[in-house]
Design a protein around this ligand. Structure first.
Ligand code: MYR
Length: 131
């Protein structure tokens, strides 16, 4: 059900979240219009995710419950895993530079893909529409 091509439509509190992540104003302004697109292909507990934005294109394969490393668009390296909890994908990641937790979820709400982000007490959301 997560399968498909998802294009970011709107964000909530994403600037504050990025600020908490330590991302500078100039990069945050660019990230506001990053045209993020995520292509998700799920096969059982295996996922192939292709991310593309004005910053970069990146692909990753991961398996639910299995740790992997990922570098975020700003260069921050994280390690962690995705798990399925009911209908929700829950990602628990840790920044490699400071050991702090970066948690994220993906759910389908009314045909949209909602991704939440939490870092150090700041919550944000990005909502994607299917193409
Ligand atoms: C994926 O499923 O898309 C690949 C793994 C993503 C891991 C971390 C997701 C958190 C993204 C936070 C974006 C922050 C930008 C500074």
């Amino acid at each position: 059900a997560f399968n498909g091509t998802w294009k970011v439509d709107r964000s909530e509190n994403y600037d504050k979240f990025m600020e908490q992540m330590g991302i500078n104003l100039m990069k945050r302004k660019l990230a506001e219009h990053d045209n993020l697109k995520i292509i998700i292909e799920q096969n059982g507990d295996k996922f192939h995710v292709k991310e593309s934005s004005t910053f970069r294109t990146k692909e990753i394969d991961f398996t639910l419950g299995v740790q992997f490393e990922y570098d975020l668009a700003d260069g921050t390296e994280v390690a962690g895993a995705w798990e399925m909890e009911g209908d929700m994908l829950k990602g628990k990641f840790t920044r490699k530079d400071n050991g702090k937790a970066l948690n994220t979820t993906r759910t389908l709400v009314g045909g949209e893909l909602v991704q939440t982000y939490n870092y150090e007490g700041v919550d944000a959301k990005r909502i994607f529409k299917k193409q």
